[in-house]
Design a protein around this ligand. Sequence first.
Ligand SMILES: [Zn+2]
Ligand SMILES: [Zn+2]
Length: 372
Amino acid sequence: MNKPPIIWTNVILFASTFLVAAILVPWYAIAVGFTWTEIIATIVCLGYCGMSITAGYHRLWAHKTYDAHPALQWFYAIGGAFALQNSALHWSSDHRVHHKFVDQNDKDPYSAQRGFWFSHIGWMLREYQSNTYADYSNARDLQNNKIVMWQHKNYLVLTVATNFGIPLFLGWLTDSYIGMLLSVGVLRLVLSHHFTFFINSLAHIWGNQPYTDQNSARDNGILAFLTYGEGYHNFHHIFEYDYRNGIKWWQFDPTKWLIKSCSWLGLTRNLRVCPPDRIEKAKVQMQLKRAQAKVSHLPDAELVMQRLEHEYELLMEKMHAYYEVKKVLLQQKKQQLMQQYNEFDLKQQMLEVRRNLQLQQKRWQQLTAQFA
Ligand SMILES: [Zn+2]
Ligand SMILES: [Zn+2]
């Protein structure tokens, strides 16, 4: 089969930045040395790029897991261009196709079934998507978003302005142009690229599948460290409308922490989460499936299988009862809160009308006293 033509701009960009990061950056580190300012600036910019992709491109625009204040959207739009991963519109449209047709080699743009290299970077090096490249029909909502469209139209200018402008500005501030260009410019870009690419490659190959085995997505705590929490990809592929990827408090998901903290500042709203009973049920179903597969090899398979199924039914029943009561309790708490709020409101009103009455009584007394 003939392979589609090579996209030379991408090949040259990925190869040259990688070579500079792999050869020139270590050489400079040994020969001249990076200052702490350069190292910290690199980490901050790396985080800015990474989180603009994970919290902005991915969880906000591709999946609409929450609403964000325009100020935050501008912040993401600039950071996304700095990360050099195409416009938010293009990225999100691709990503929606990835979720819809995951693992289908002819439709999933970065199907992990075509191997590590293809899903990591290979899919961007040739014109595999030439027919559908500018088809954004699955992202009409984003086409109505002024910030997304502004970024899409000015993408090239923005990438050049951020990728050269930010390192040069920092270089001017610290009087170290070469150091900043190498660290904040190139090293940051290469790390940011490959850390994000791991979500398409490694997060579909390496890790476990606690929630579903209907697709190749995996949960992987180590990858979560490099991907700002996106390593919990198995959870994400089944509950994609949840703003969290790592749902346990101990799971490393700084993207979730960012979105949640922004909600306290009024910058994010309507954070969507999947009902906990659905998550628990998916997990138990997978456990049953795994146990059944193992049991089928045992000599008394039928008996053990029956017991498994019986216990599973019981667990489901009890789980259902538990979550029903929990739901009622939550509703009651909400009502109580509303009542307290109303009470507070009434008390405030009472204070006001009493003050008004007292004032008027005083005026009345003063007035009638004149004619007494
Ligand atoms: Zn996704
Ligand atoms: Zn995926």
